[in-house]
Design a protein around this ligand. Structure first.
Ligand code: UDP
Ligand code: MN
Length: 288
């Protein structure tokens, strides 16, 4: 009788030990699952093409830092500062910014310095459909045409490389985003945009802090106009030429961002309109 009771107790003890071990194993599993999902989480590099817009930058950096932190995203803010005497080239700065940050991010946001997202439902998360146009033509305060993809655009690394980045032929204001749209369409990428989760409209989804004294460089020299309307098959991420002259960490109101000072190079035979002084001197010539 005593031996039977004793073996029952031993059995019970084993049962308890087994139970505890099983519970511990489950706990360990779920905690490692948590870790691995953290390791798999996405990293966003915000690329801000920039020159001489310091007052806008002072507003954007703290605003966007708070906005993206509220969305619990892992991100860096990168100012790609054009540091040469050539005309502004937004697309080439984005190509350069991409190459400078790609090892530390798996998707980018091309982000104008003067466009502030206001509606917290504007989602800067990883674009599962590869490309997500945040500042959609339904919501942008100024640009309304259907194929518009400028302002703020999320693109995965995979797609940015697949389309060879952006064209390097766009010096001065505009159309580089329309050319990028053609690159995306060619590889069959859909441009997704915000939907019914956004209850605000064109007037209160974004704030475009573009002062009237910030003049856009609309000049067209040589055959720039014709070339700008065509899909560019000559240039892109693979042949962007730039020099990183210096970098600095900037902290605005306690919010950090990385500044990349970039000097772009121009092939005067391919795009003689890259340099205002040169272009005005030779303005009568249609092509070089
Ligand atoms: N930009 C800049 N300096 C310039 C011109 C343009 O920093 O001299 C950058 C800036 O990020 C700006 C973006 O390029 O938001 C687009 O230019 P802009 O605001 O002139 O174009 P919009 O979309 O207002 O027509
Ligand atoms: Mn603007």
């Amino acid at each position: 009788m005593f031996r039977r009771r004793c073996s029952f107790r031993i059995f019970l003890l084993f049962l308890i030990i087994f139970g505890v071990l099983f519970w511990l194993q489950q706990m360990f599993r779920s905690s490692t699952r948590g870790d691995s999902s953290k390791m798999e989480s996405h990293v966003l590099a915000v690329l801000i093409p920039f020159r001489d817009r310091f007052s806008e930058l002072m507003i954007l950096v703290p605003h966007l830092h708070r906005f993206l932190t509220n969305q619990k995203l892992t991100f860096t803010l990168n100012i790609i500062n054009q540091n040469d005497s050539l005309r502004f080239n937004r697309a080439s700065l984005i190509n350069a910014g991409y190459l400078l940050t790609k090892d530390r991010a798996d998707y980018i946001a091309m982000h104008d310095v003067d466009l502030l997202p206001l509606n917290p439902n504007l989602d800067y998360g990883y674009p599962e459909g590869d490309v997500y146009h945040i500042s959609s033509p339904q919501l942008h305060p100024k640009y309304k045409y259907k194929k518009y993809i400028g302002g703020i655009l999320l693109v995965t690394r995979i797609i940015f490389e697949k389309v060879n980045g952006m064209s390097n032929k766009y010096w001065g204001w505009g159309l580089e985003d329309d050319e990028f749209y053609q690159r995306l369409k060619e590889v069959g990428v859909e441009v997704n945009r915000p939907g019914s989760e956004i209850k605000t409209d064109r007037n209160d989804t974004f704030l475009h802090i573009h002062s009237s004294f910030r003049k856009r460089d609309y000049n067209k020299y040589f055959n720039q106009k014709e070339v700008s309307r065509k899909r560019d098959r000559d240039t892109g991420l693979s042949n962007i030429r730039f020099e990183l002259t210096s970098t600095s960490q900037l902290v605005i109101d306690g919010f950090p961002c990385q500044v990349f000072n970039v000097k772009l190079f121009c092939d005067y035979n391919l795009t003689p309109w890259c340099d205002t002084a040169f272009a005005t001197k030779n303005r009568t010539r249609k092509t070089l």
